[in-house]
Write a protein that binds this ligand. Structure first.
Ligand code: FE
Length: 303
């Protein structure tokens, strides 16, 4: 077994999206090869309704998948296939845009004004960019949660983990999408197949991931909850952690415990031509998408 080193940690950046939604972007619109097959990750946790209620009104997507995971509040969605629905706390929507979809995503928050969640974009390989669009709406109750003896909890949204299989199916990039909660001081190792590219996004508490300076695990300076931890290396809220090659990730939670998404997928390794919500392989395909939008032929699979 070899531990994947932390090759970069960075804070998500404040960004404005949609019709004026304030969110934090961990990656996207920079180097699309960095976390191939993933293109973008937005953290839309927000406590101020005026900063999110304008939402993401009607817009197109082609060539990608968008994965929305709601922690608190609700998101109303509707699309050009005639689907409508509401995502609530713990729910996931896995939207395969394929050849083209028009949709809107309108955050509504909860009674306390909270709207918490994440959106990930996964790329599609050239062979599936023009596939029929599809939604998989997964309610919280359908997402298996595994609890280890040390109190570590893992919600398996997609992929296989600790004998559980997430409910999303038929995804090109073969992703594994886990929501991991680790109690204070607990050190944990997660296997991730070597061929995958992997990142974590920390969103509660703090913890220390093994890195190049402590390649065999997490070094130690101080006792926390009966276990030792190196406090100066801890990674906290709204931080992206990119991992290098290896076949497992090791992390130790800090004094408040920690919660993070652990996401990995098989790189697609194809050229990327990207314009806003449309991601193709070539400029010619992007231009075709723009023509299709102008002349009303963007939607090829009416419901
Ligand atoms: Fe969208």
């Amino acid at each position: 077994m070899s531990i994947r080193p932390t090759i970069e940690t960075r804070a998500a950046m404040p960004t404005m999206e949609g019709a004026g939604v304030k969110l934090h972007r961990a990656f996207g619109f920079q180097d699309p090869t960095e976390l191939d097959p993933f293109l973008l990750f937005d953290d839309f946790r927000n406590e101020r309704p005026e900063d999110y209620l304008r939402g993401f009104p009607w817009h197109p997507h082609r060539g990608i998948e968008t994965i929305t995971y709601v922690l608190a509040g609700t998101v109303e969605h509707s699309d050009s296939l005639g689907n409508t629905g509401t995502l609530g706390a713990g729910d996931v929507q896995w939207m395969t845009a394929g050849s083209g979809i028009m949709h809107q995503e309108m955050p509504a928050g909860n009674a306390r004004g909270q709207m918490h969640g994440f959106q990930l974009w996964g790329n599609l390989p050239s062979s599936q960019k023009m596939t029929a669009p599809r939604y998989q709406d997964i309610t919280s109750a359908d997402i298996p949660e595994v609890i280890d003896d040390d109190g570590t909890r893992v919600r398996v949204i997609t992929g296989e983990f600790w004998g559980q299989t997430g409910p999303v199916d038929g995804i090109a990039a073969d992703p594994q999408y886990l929501d991991v909660s680790i109690p204070a001081g607990v050190k944990k190792t997660f296997p991730i197949d070597t061929y995958r590219r992997a990142f974590a996004y920390v969103f509660e508490g703090r913890g220390a991931f093994a890195d190049a300076s402590s390649p065999t695990g997490v070094l130690v300076e101080k006792e926390v909850a009966g276990r030792e931890i190196k406090l100066r290396d801890m990674t906290g809220d709204r931080t992206l952690v990119r991992f290098g090659t290896g076949d497992e990730v090791t992390v130790q939670a800090g004094p408040e415990g920690m919660r993070f998404l652990l996401i990995s997928g098989a790189p697609i390794d194809e050229p990327v031509a990207w314009h806003g919500p449309i991601v193709m392989n070539t400029q010619a395909e992007l231009q075709q998408a723009m023509r299709d939008l102008r002349n009303g032929s963007f939607i090829r699979h009416p419901g």
